[in-house]
Design a binder for this molecule. Structure first.
Ligand SMILES: [Zn+2]
Length: 314
């Protein structure tokens, strides 16, 4: 029988949080050492195209971790960006442009697989998922930031993929991470959940929203809950965070206590919102809710917020 540690995404460990890579940031400014690492036979690379990862098929299980020669043969875009070190070996990420992605369509030795679908079906190991997420966030940023946001001229990759510089106006651009608050709002033995129109059928989840400019996490939680459900809340506490590489968000999981209970749903943001009691949430997590309502999958931090609340831990 499987124990909690052998399950994918056990309690308290959603997807993308188990990253074994030592970022070794000091090497990003050492071109000679990086060039040597690129040539090293033990170096490996993750190749990503939009929401998909390149898998190499052959003897044994399909693998996302390929050699730099294999990545280049597949048409991956230069230069590789340095993700870090793992047991002394270098790990890189590379993007694959549309033409190269079309070039491998129909091949049997290489396929592009949707990362989230792979994660949901257990087609990729939990720690492998984190490495791919890192490559995906960086590749996506490079793809969208070829031109300077300050002057519009082309930018150049520097610092092994962790910065883009504009030779024209000298601006330095860094990969962005967008904080998103996601919150478990409770009132005694009830919690506030909502449904967005694009959610999977019957799935309800914690409310969430982007942190805005010059805003604290606590204020963002209170603002989002009031905007989306007209509920006033207090006692905002940090729970845990989760990188979410769509495209490069950081989910900041929080709990908060509601001071009011009359919901007015902002239907531009949510399809619906209502209070759920613990019995109902426990049934959603087990998958035996009488109306077929389900909780988010264990890959998502919301699942772990709900689990902790049902268990009385938050
Ligand atoms: Zn510029």
């Amino acid at each position: 029988m499987n124990g909690p540690d052998t399950l994918p995404f056990p309690p308290g460990r959603p997807g993308f949080v188990a990253n074994p890579i030592d970022r070794a940031a000091h090497l990003r400014t050492q071109p000679d050492q990086l060039a040597a690492l690129e040539r090293h036979p033990e170096s490996r690379v993750y190749v990503v195209h939009r929401d998909s990862v390149l898998l190499k098929h052959g003897a044994g299980a399909p693998r996302a971790r390929v050699t730099l020669d294999e990545a280049r043969a597949a048409g991956a875009s230069e230069p590789p960006f340095f993700l870090g070190l793992e047991r002394g070996a270098a790990v890189f990420g590379m993007g694959l442009n549309m033409a190269a992605a079309e070039g491998i369509a129909g091949r049997h030795d290489l396929t592009l697989e949707n990362l989230r679908a792979l994660a949901m079906t257990g087609g990729i190991a939990e720690n492998e998922l984190s490495r791919v997420a890192m490559a995906k966030s960086l590749a996506g940023w490079h793809q969208r930031h070829g031109f300077c946001a300050n002057c519009g001229k082309p930018t150049l990759v520097v610092h092994a993929g962790w910065r883009r510089d504009c030779p024209s106006c000298k601006a330095e651009h860094f990969p962005r991470t967008d904080p998103v608050v996601i919150m478990m709002v409770t009132m005694e033995d009830r919690c506030l959940l909502g449904r967005q129109a694009h959610f999977a059928p019957m799935m309800w989840s914690c409310l969430a929203g982007f942190v805005e400019a010059a805003e604290t996490i606590e204020d963002a939680v209170r603002r989002e809950i009031f905007e989306e459900a007209h509920i006033v809340c207090t006692d905002v506490r940090y729970f845990m965070s989760q990188p979410w590489p769509y495209s490069s968000s950081l989910m900041v999981g929080c709990t908060a206590r509601a001071l009011t209970s009359d919901i007015i749903v902002d239907t531009t943001e949510l399809e619906d919102a209502r209070w759920f009691d613990k019995t109902e949430v426990a049934a959603m997590l087990r998958g035996d809710h009488p109306q077929g309502i389900v909780a988010p999958q264990p890959i998502a931090i919301a699942h772990h917020l709900l689990l902790s609340w049902v268990a009385g831990a938050v």
